[in-house]
Design a protein around this ligand. Structure first.
Ligand SMILES: *Cc1c(COP(=O)(O)O)cnc(C)c1O
Length: 339
């Protein structure tokens, strides 16, 4: 099976499983799990941020951050393609009672003036704008990478206008693979950062939320309320430590393979548009006369799987469990598909 539906489909390797099985554990709700502590300290050190908390999912880390940074009735600013808005079940409104001001950026990327122009005035008619959220890479933008200069300008607006700035960095390491910045550069300019271990990094589960000691203390309380307090979870944290140690360096291979799929798609007559591939996500649009489900079925007959992400839109994602042999099979299947 060649599963290009998502980078979340990877299975732990034997080495990762060995690390998991030999983990030292304790009850993490009591703060007794040494492996969870080690993971939290490891990521804090990488980013130069005071503290971190291990959570079951990126949805939870994002939703905790939103709740910790806002009060009910506030408004947050994000792009209309943001995962926090599109794919988290309306959690912004449901969990935090916060309304959303949507920006129309370029593949999920907006700039400082977009933020400045959408901050509500201090007037009782309007919700209080209190939070800005950036997603790097942007999932629905087809893995688009933000320029760091652009982010720094947004940081300046947020500082000046007293807004908190959150990073949904589910795939931040994919972005960092394609740019010269380090995690520490990002650590300096955000009030909170969410990182997924279960995407390109290949862990079976887990996300980390980073922030100041005070912020993470608040986050720990919210995680408990959301039902995310976990017990002997060091077994899973060990997978996260293994992922950070071994799987960041290889993300460039996923990007290279994604480019090859892009090159293949570019030559096919039935494709209307491909988002320029920047990382490991390939999002493309089929010509109107083609039926997306037929296309996906034809691929599935060759044991290749992709997903529909919108009208005529298909997404493929390269990851740890896609090797060069599978890439070759995919390229040949695309070149020979009979529509
Ligand atoms: C996957 C993802 C998340 C978190 O998803 P979970 O499935 O809840 O872990 C958050 N943001 C982005 C951009 C993502 O791609």
């Amino acid at each position: 099976m060649i599963d290009l539906r998502s980078d979340t489909v990877t299975k732990p390797t034997q080495e990762m499983l060995n690390a998991m099985l030999s983990a030292r554990v304790g009850d993490d709700v009591f703060g007794d799990d040494p492996t969870v502590k080690q993971l939290e300290e490891k990521i804090s050190t990488m980013f130069g941020i005071e503290s971190a908390i291990f959570c079951p999912s990126g949805t939870m880390t994002n939703q905790i951050a939103i709740k910790a940074h806002t009060n009910p009735g506030d408004e947050l600013i994000c792009d209309r393609l943001s995962h926090i808005y599109v794919y988290e079940g309306g959690g912004i409104a449901r969990n935090s009672g916060v309304s959303t001001r949507l920006l129309h950026g370029d593949r999920g990327r907006y700039n400082a003036s977009d933020v400045a122009n959408n901050i509500n005035p201090d007037d009782e008619h309007f919700p209080i704008t209190s939070l800005v959220s950036i997603e790097n890479t942007c999932n629905k933008g087809g893995g688009s990478v933000w320029s760091f200069e652009n982010i720094k300008e947004i940081t300046n607006v947020c500082k000046k206008r007293n807004l908190k700035l959150h990073l949904d960095g589910a795939r931040l390491f994919n972005a960092l693979t394609e740019s010269k910045e380090t995690p520490a550069d990002y650590g300096q300019i955000f009030d909170s950062i969410s990182i997924c271990l279960s995407k390109g990094l290949g862990a079976p589960i887990g996300s980390l939320l980073l922030g100041s000691n005070e912020f993470i203390k608040k986050a720990r309380r919210i995680r408990k309320v959301f039902g995310g307090g976990m017990r002997q979870v060091g077994y899973l944290a060990a997978a996260g430590i293994y992922a950070l140690d071994n799987n960041i360096i290889r993300l460039k291979e996923d990007h290279k393979r994604a480019k090859i799929i892009e090159d293949t798609l570019q030559k096919l007559p039935y494709i209307k548009f491909i988002n320029p591939v920047e990382t490991n996500l390939i999002v493309f649009e089929l010509n109107e006369e083609l039926n997306v489900n037929d296309f996906l079925t034809k691929l599935a007959e060759k044991d290749i799987y992709a997903i529909k992400t919108g009208h005529q839109l298909i997404r493929m994602v390269t990851h740890l469990d896609i090797d060069d042999g599978m890439l070759k099979t995919t390229v040949s299947a695309l070149n020979n598909i009979n529509l």
